[in-house]
Design a protein around this ligand. Structure first.
Ligand code: GUN
Ligand code: ZN
Length: 424
């Protein structure tokens, strides 16, 4: 058993549903052993409860649950920051050429290694990763993910129209390749498979049907994009004239349920929100990407009112970094620009960054520090002499400390990352 003494904060309850959802302990501690949380609370109390435990003094740091990124593209690591275009032109000019380079397994392996290292460096312990169109590249991602110890769900990205020929595959081949990868990786250690049609704009009905069949067989996660950009929504409407709306193109093939995570949804209809809520599907909100590509201002209040589960995704490479903390800050700022902003503050951001993501990915075991959960956590320590260090010295409440972390804590503050108690 170990006790880590630090400022400890987590959100075991949903702040969008309940007041006082933030549990914070300024002279706090986390006790854990055998990979699980034994207790969380004040240091003195935990010290008395576990007198034999080894104590680590981290009083100058803040301990939070491991961060959860519910939407991030591993093959796009190298193209972050490519400015000047909206979604469809950005895909054609920047994203898809780089994704085509993943045909080279050596390049794919290097990027996969850099990518999982980048997640951990940013305090992310769990992620739903949009994969590659190439099976060998996807294999490399799973291998690097396994080596890292991170909790990763991912899958082969499939498409059969409107991208570029190298990225197209016919539905039968997509099904077979997905089945093979899922057979090898789904449920192996901390890894799971995610059935991943890129988006309806790049899939025929035959491809979506193949994805539905694979999901029916593997019972894995499902992820894709939806309602990101008005030109994209219009193009999907043109391709799927017999369907009610964008969501229906996924629903019709059995792809929308509680293990589904759809990225963006900046431009949903009321009917789509109602059906997403009823299906208990989740939306990966990606505010950095939405701002970067000029896609739209996410209607968070409408999602919450319809009971749609929302978590955060960095959406690298349209997103501007692998920091879930930065993503949460941008979510806050963009909601503040809306007339219908939900009540939102540091506790909401922590919940969106941790427990909401865990639940979206079906992982009840992680996302907060309640006793019995897996001991997944991140220790944030402001570098000596940094602005953050000064701001924290003046903080007079846990909320102010947490707000300062979202504003200022980035990679250089991530002092340690543990998954099931093990160092990453
Ligand atoms: N829609 C389909 N593919 C992509 C992608 O790679 N990035 C984003 N932001 N949206 C997409
Ligand atoms: Zn994306």
């Amino acid at each position: 058993m170990e006790i880590w003494r630090a400022q400890v904060m987590h959100t075991p309850r949903d702040p969008f549903a309940e007041a006082d959802a933030l549990d914070a302990f300024s002279d706090g501690a986390l006790a854990f052993g055998d990979g699980r949380v034994a207790a969380v609370g004040g240091f003195d109390e935990l010290r008395r409860a576990f007198p034999e435990a080894r104590v680590r003094d981290e009083r100058d740091a803040v301990l939070l649950p491991g961060l959860v990124d519910t939407h991030v593209h591993f093959p796009q690591l190298a193209i972050m920051g490519a400015m000047g275009l909206g979604l469809l032109d950005w895909l054609e000019r920047y994203a898809l050429p780089e994704e085509a380079r993943m045909a080279d397994p050596e390049h794919a392996r290097r990027v996969a290694g850099e990518f999982v290292a980048g997640l951990a460096a940013n305090g992310t312990t769990t992620a739903l990763v949009f994969g590659s169109h190439f099976p060998a590249a996807q294999e490399a991602l799973f291998e690097e993910a396994e080596r890292s110890g991170l909790r990763i769900a991912s899958g082969l990205v499939v498409s059969d129209r409107n991208l570029r020929p190298e990225l197209h595959v016919d539905p039968d081949a997509a099904y077979e390749a997905g089945r093979e990868l899922a057979g090898r990786w789904h449920g192996r250690g901390r890894l799971r498979y995610a059935v991943t049609p890129r988006f309806s704009l790049s899939c025929t009905e035959g491809m979506l049907e193949a994805c539905g069949a694979l999901h029916g067989e593997v019972r894995a996660l499902v992820t894709s994009h939806m309602n990101e950009n008005v030109d994209e929504v219009e193009a999907v409407r043109g391709l799927f004239g017999d369907f009610d709306d964008y969501l229906h193109t996924y629903e019709h093939f059995g792809l929308v349920g509680e293990s589904t995570v759809l990225a963006h949804n900046d431009h949903p209809s009321e009917a789509e929100l109602a059906r997403l809520g009823a299906a208990r599907a989740s939306v990966a909100h990606c505010p950095e990407s939405n701002a970067f590509l000029g896609s739209g201002l996410f209607p968070m209040s409408a999602h919450i009112q319809h009971g749609v589960r929302v978590a955060l995704g960095t959406d690298v490479g349209a997103g501007t970094g692998l920091s879930v903390l930065k993503e949460a800050l941008t979510a806050y700022q963009l909601q503040m620009l809306r007339d219908d902003a939900p009540p939102i503050g540091p506790a909401h951001l922590l919940y969106l960054s941790t427990r909401a993501g865990a639940l979206a990915l079906g992982l009840d075991d992680v996302g907060d520090l309640s006793p019995g959960r897996a001991a997944d956590f991140v220790l944030l320590r402001p570098p000596a002499g940094s602005t953050l260090e000064a701001v924290l010295r003046h903080s007079d409440s846990p909320e102010r400390t947490l707000g300062a972390l979202f504003a200022l804590a980035r990679e250089e503050c991530v002092a340690e990352v543990r998954i099931a108690g093990e160092a990453v």
